[in-house]
Design a protein around this ligand. Sequence first.
Ligand SMILES: [Zn+2]
Length: 270
Amino acid sequence: MISWWRRRFQRRVEPDAQAFARTIEVLPSLALLDIEAHQRLRDYTGRFLADKHFAGAHGLEVDGAMRTTIAQLACWPVLNLGYHWLSGWREVIVYPGAFRARRAHDDEDTGVVHEWDEDLAGESWDNGPLILSWQDLCLDLSEPDDLQNVVVHEIAHKLDARSGGADGAPPLPRSIDGRHWAQVFRAAYDHLCAQVDRDDHQAAIDPYAASAPEEFFAVVSEYHFLAPQLLAAAYPDVARLTAQFYAGGRLAVADARAGAPPPPRGPPRG
Ligand SMILES: [Zn+2]
């Protein structure tokens, strides 16, 4: 009976096998996962394909291979957290390339509202759609050494927002002290902001992380999944807490090999 209910309510769509294998092939850190983790990733990917509604923008047709790639990358961050971390939203909107978003900022001192347009590679709305540029996602996969992954980045925002708004602190497991998390992340963020203020090229990680605390968490998440050793070299305490968070609260020891981060590229990920 229990297994019937489980099958009934955990609908799956079989992922595109070639696309699934190709993503693992091009991302060295994804290839490092063991067989059990790959099996879980395949299972989560199938559930994502059944749960979410994909829509192409500007006439883009989102085929089965594209859906699988997006679903697989979206499920990677929650592999040890649990699939339920991806609940509460349904739409995945895919643009052929970078898309334009209207921005507004209300200046509290002057009362003036500033508006401008921004070209984005990705965006995620709290309880709303995940929006991606397919071209940028492909670039992330063809150039993994750039340490960018727009899907991981936007999913990090989704996880962060589950604590009641994206502010750089997702809901934390009991094994992580919230005040300690806030202190460690604040100190690292302030350090990066000071570096970026002096010179972008001196930044320990992608300077885009200095745009806001929530962007810091999203960029740090990309480093955690793509090159944890670089994050550990730049911000060891942040690397340790991030690893612990994505391990679902179980202690994970970050690899501390040093390395130099590559220069940033492309439009903001939103
Ligand atoms: Zn972002």
